[in-house]
Design a binder for this molecule. Structure first.
Ligand SMILES: Nc1ncnc2c1ncn2[C@@H]1O[C@H](COP(=O)(O)OP(=O)(O)OP(=O)(O)O)[C@@H](O)[C@H]1O
Ligand SMILES: [Mg+2]
Length: 255
């Protein structure tokens, strides 16, 4: 299963990404988690030791030059659009509690949309992970879906938009949904996080119209940096919902 998580800043994307990664790995699944947010904190949330020492992929300049044929930061010149990357996830990820973690890092020039060797390299890794690996892949993104190009989007089994009980986070969710439609991502789901009451749940339900809601996570004041067991238990239910939907879809395809 290949999942991408997005939503407005601070709503709980990384918390959900970490909780899903942990709940899949706790049941023995192989998990690859990718932090695609330049302000990354997925490693810390997953409890990786010395998270600040993990080197992001975009900073592996020699490797990018070797694979794409061009030094990152070079202007002009031809570089390989499909560099060899099938050894990268195993060689360059860090592993903790059965989860392999890759940090994408910040593409300096032109951002994540730029036509440059570092983006070709990152895109190739994502598309390799989405199409050629059996592992569960979980992508923690910024408040957008820039990392999903037309190629990768087809491989997404679920784009999960996280909201909190606020109109602004729901507005972001609808913006993302329309971008997802342009990319032909069909399975877009919503998770309501930081709910304090049944009224909060009603608020999200009423203001999310035709969004398919996977579930809710209660506000938990014990959650500081790492995900707690009680949050993981709530996220397990969300994971079960995803698996159920995936099974139903597969049954429909085979009918
Ligand atoms: N259910 C919850 N209850 C209480 N606090 C929460 C909950 N979910 C997330 N938080 C807290 O909210 C803050 C933001 O969460 P998180 O980092 O997961 O969000 P994010 O969407 O990834 O943020 P960013 O946009 O900065 O990447 C963190 O301090 C986190 O501990
Ligand atoms: Mg985050």
């Amino acid at each position: 299963m290949k999942l991408a998580i997005t939503g407005k800043g601070g709503v709980g994307k990384t918390t959900l990404a970490a909780g899903l990664a942990l709940s899949f790995s706790q049941e023995g699944k192989k998990v690859i988690a990718i932090d695609a947010d330049p302000d990354s904190n997925l490693a810390a949330t997953l409890g990786f030791p010395e998270p600040e020492k993990i080197v992001p992929l975009v900073e592996m300049k020699e490797l990018i030059a070797e694979r794409t044929g061009v030094e990152p930061g070079t202007v002009g010149g031809y570089f390989k659009l499909n560099p060899k990357v099938d050894d990268i996830p195993d060689k360059f990820s860090k592993e903790h509690q059965g989860i392999k973690l890759l940090l994408m890092g910040r593409v300096k020039k032109g951002g994540s949309g730029c036509f440059c060797p570092e983006n070709a390299f990152l895109k190739a890794i994502l598309s390799y992970l989405f199409f050629s690996r059996e592992d569960i892949v979980i992508l923690d993104m910024e408040a957008g879906i820039e990392h999903l190009g037309r190629g990768t989007a087809e491989g997404v089994d679920g784009l999960i938009v996280v909201v909190e009980p606020s109109m602004r986070s729901l507005e972001t969710a609808f913006r993302i949904k329309s971008l997802a439609k342009d990319l032909k991502i069909e399975r877009v789901f919503l998770v309501g996080n930081k709910v304090h009451s049944d009224e909060d749940i009603d608020f999200i339900r009423k203001n999310s119209s035709d969004f398919e809601i996977l579930g809710f996570i209660w506000y938990n004041n014990k959650l500081i940096d790492k995900v707690t067991n009680s949050i993981i238990a709530e996220i397990k239910e969300i994971k079960e919902g995803l698996i159920r939907r995936q099974d139903e879809r597969e049954r429909e395809v085979h009918r």
